[in-house]
Every structure is written in structure tokens, then in C-alpha cells.
Design a protein around this ligand. Sequence first.
Ligand code: ADP
Length: 633
Amino acid sequence: MSEKKEFKAESKRLLEMMINSIYTHKEIFLRELISNASDAMDKLYFKSISDGKETVSRSDMQITIELDKGDRRLTISDNGIGMTKEELENNLGTIAQSGSFAFKTENEKTEDVDIIGQFGVGFYSAFMVAKKVTVISKAYGNDEAYMWTSEGAEGYTIAPAEKDSHGTTITLEIKDNSDEENYDEYLTPYKIKALVKKYSDYIRYPIKMDVEHEKLKEGTGVDGKEPEYDKEIVTETLNSQIPIWKKAKNELTDEDYNQFYKDKFHEYSDPLLHIHSKTEGTATYSALLYIPERAPYDYYSKNFEKGLQLYSSGVMIMEKCADLLPDYFSFVKGLVDSEDLSLNISREMLQHDRQLKIIAKAIEKSIKNELKKLQKNDREKYEKFFDAFGTQIKYGIYESYGANKDELQDLLIFKTSNGVSSTLEEYVSRMKEEQKYIYFASGSSVSRIESLPQTELVRDKGFEILYLTDHVDEFCLQMMHDYDGKEYKSVSADDLGLETEEEKQELKKEEEDNKPLFDFLTEKLNGKVKAVKLSQRLKKHPVCITSEGMLSVEMEKVLSAMPDSQGAKAEKVLEINPNHAIFEKLKSLYATDKDKTAEYADLLYSQALLIEGIPIENPVDFANKMCEIMAEN
Ligand code: ADP
């Protein structure tokens, strides 16, 4: 009756990785299997409640571990929801998150350790220590039980089996010792106890194991008699079962919090920050929130799902409750446990639940406060956080058209021309008395921005400049409009507010005197620029591109890189330094050789584009013309 089947391709590869044990922490297999067992019991409890049928009693639920050294067997049993034949096939024959595995294959260089960490391969980790795995399972409410067996990547079989009651029993036939690895350990009670304590202490169901104790034989060991011992089997509960979030903060160490995080969310590195809050009042809840150290690989993709685990009085009722987190804090992981929520509340009802809304608001506030605290007290850590998730916060401001500005603007930090990472508040506090605007410059990197000609004048005045290196930065600033009444101003903006009236008049006169030249240059550039002008902001550099209107050159770059680019264009202005020799050259050429002047216009425009990091339309033509000129001299 049994049929041998092959694993789905990607599962097979993962399995091979497991079997060849690329991961050094083989011991985590136990945690993975215990977690699955615990989830299975949660599911059963929840199902029995929502079915409204006779409730299964939680106090009967337990996980049992048995060791058989002789047969090299480690067995983990639960009386949870169990699996049907189809579920055995679907859950254990394919890797759940195959999308994530596809990612791995595209990024072969990624470290294997990370792969397992990020994808929580769960059940398959059994193959790190076992040469054969047998799963016997009976789904709750079903009469038939089935047995799934596999000796590795070759495939698996499923056959009918006998099992008294619902639940799952997983038997691992432990590998033989090798030079590198002592697998025997996993058959000793001492090691198993230590592993449960380390990884699964907070599992809410008792994890029980029969342990052999030695008991002094009565009448021995006294009155000078040699002590003799009887062997006695005692069923021990290996875990403390108290959920960490129910404990008092002062009972817990950072290590406890971090261990729980890694255990619960299948993470392999410590979080950057944990937030443990208990609140009573309009809403009674405990929350344990974590900010990961870095963004998951799919964070900025459509596949990413935000959400916190939701518990009602210690029972998990939802795996990912999205309503508990605003999008701009979607990177937060964690759980919320509240007595105010009913156990069998439906997803739809939950969305409108007043209590849940109050909790969500309170959570948002505490995340924000903790981030502000971190920003103040540990800037280095905060910068790490901002590197990972700052973009999301900026999107939060941009996408709300600035409505979230007050909530979020103080979380932003930018690199600046002072060589620091600065909040807006800090920037403003350093502003000079005569400084009207918050200046910013955009570019793909700090070093690129530092060499931008457009920054010359602002720098000359000794004003600090915010460096915008993130795609969303300029859009975000545009939505925010000002900070504390101080408007943002691009160093490429039309009017920097730095020129004296006299200087402006002087420039204007120079332009008017040479109007035919400027008209000619603009015309020859044939719609590529809106105007050619003399520049106030250039000191040493000959030319630069600036823009008029809402869309900057940098924003145009970002927009045109987007898949649904509408071809939005910045209104570009070619600025020429009036004090540069090139201006004199243009004037004299215009008087004698119009064709050459037109060629120069093209060259200057191309150079200005290159400075901005914008590719020029015809690099070959550009290079040829440059060489011609070089050869002339
Ligand atoms: P994950 O737990 O991350 O979903 P696993 O590979 O560990 O991935 O398990 C795959 C699926 O197999 C689980 O989601 C669950 O549906 C099922 N499963 C695993 N162990 C058990 C168990 N002891 N009882 C019931 N179902 C289980």
C-alpha cells in the first residue's frame, strides 16, 4: 500500500544541505520539532473552540520525549491536531516557503547559515542528526493514521498505520558518531534536558521525559553498611512553561529575551532591540516586541507580510495580525497578549475591534518612544537600525503625503556636510543665525554629493548640507515641506536665498547683455533644457545642471528607473559660471563661429549630465568631439 515519492526539487536540495550538515548548530533540530508540536496543540485547542464542539482540555496536552539508546531512537510525540494523509504529503513533502528557497538559489553566495536562519526550515532539520525519520500521525477527528518515512533526499513513503489517538509521533533514528560529530549525545537524557531548557523553556505545554534516577536502597548506606542503589524511573517535566512576556522585566536578562526571539521567530542573530511592555487601563495587554538587526531578504518586496502574533490570555489566536502595526513599523516582530480579546473572534470582527485599535495605537507609541530613546542613548545602534529600516519610515511619510510627518520626522537621520549623522532637530540647532533654509543635496553616495558643483555656494557660506542618498529622500522632504518652520531647499534650487540683491542685479545685467548668446544656446540644445543661465552658485566649476519646478534631476532619475515610469522629466537648466574662462570663450566664439558655439553647447550640457551621474545620449559623439578639440590645441 505504500508508495515511494520524490521530494519536490527545491525540498530535495534543502534536504541534501541538511543531510550534509552545513549548519554547525545541529542541536536546534530539537527546538524545531518541539515548536511544531506546540503549534499543533495550539491549533487543536483553537479549532476545538472555534468549532464549538466539546473542548479538548489543554491540561491533557503534552509533548513526550523518549530515548532508546540501544536502537538509537529519539521519539517526540504530541497529542495535537495531527495530520491527514494529504497534510503529511503537503507539509513534509514540500518546503513551505519555496519562494524563499528560490531566492537562495539565485544568491548562491549567501552563507548557508543564513539560509537556515532566515527560512526556518523546521522539520527538515531532523535530517541533520537522523539517518531515518518516521512520522506517524492521526488528524483530530479522523479514524485513519498514516506513517511517513524517509531516509533522506531519495524520497519518502506514506502508508497506513496504527495510532490510538490524534497527534503526531516523530521518531528519529540517530546517525552514528563521526569524527567531527558526537551524535550519541542526542540519546542521553542530560543533553536533551539541557537543550529543552536552552531553547524550549517557554513552550506552554509540558515537555515530559522519563528519566532514570538512582535511589538509595533502604537500609543501606547507614550503620556502616555500603550504600546500594535502586533504579527508579521518574517522569520529569523539562520546561518551566511560563511565557516570557508574563514574567516581570527584572526577572529577565537580555540573554533571555534574545534567546526567546531566536526560538520563536526562527532567527539566528540577536535582535537590535526588545521592547517589553505591560499595560493596564483602557486596554490590558502585554507586548513583547523586537526590532531585528537587519531587514529580511524579502522586506522590500510584495511577499513580505507584516504583523504581530496575537494571543488571548496566553493562547495564540492569530499568527500575523497586521492591524497591530502601521506600515512604517512593519519591520517589528513580536507578540501581543491581551485578556480583552475573545478567543474565538473572527478575523473580520477583529479588524473592527475597538480594543485592538487601542492596543495598536499604544504599541505604535511605545515603538516610537523606544526608537527615540535609542537615537538619543546609543547613536551607533540607532544608525544600524536606520540603515536597515530608515527607508521604510521615509516611505511612511511620503505615502501619507506628509500626514505622518509629525509622528515620524524626528526619527529621521541624514548624513551631512559636517561629516555626521544628524537628526533634523540637531541640524536646525546648528543653523547659523542668517541661515533661512535647511539645505540638501542629492546623489547616489556621499562622496558623489561632496563633489557636486552645485554645493559650492552653500558650502562657501559655511552652511551645513543634508546629504540625501536614498531614492525616497527627496520625495519625502518634499512631502514634509519644512521642519519647525524652516523650509527645505535643494542646493540646485532656483533661488538659494543666499545672493545679495546687488549680486542678483549684476548677474541679470550680464545675462541681458548677452541675451542673443543665451537664446542661441537654449535653442541649439533643442528642448533638452528649459534655459541656459549664468550661475550664482558656481565658484570654481564651469557648469552644472539644476532644475526648476517640483521635479528635481535626482527625482527624475528615480522615477525613470521605476517599472511603470511615465517618463516624467525635470525642467533642466544649464548653468554656466560667469567667472570661468569658458564663458569668455563662448562669448568670443558666438561672435565668430556659430557652428562651433553650438557644438560647445552640446559638450557643456553632456559634461553637466555626467557630473550628475546621468548617462549621456551619445557618448561616442561626445568622446570624438572632445578629442577633436584636444587635437586642435
Ligand atoms: P514550519 O513549521 O515553519 O511551517 P516545518 O517544516 O517545520 O515548517 O513544518 C511544516 C508543516 O508541517 C507545519 O507548518 C505543520 O503544518 C506540519 N507539522 C509539522 N510538525 C507537525 C506536528 N507535530 N503536528 C502537526 N503538524 C505538523
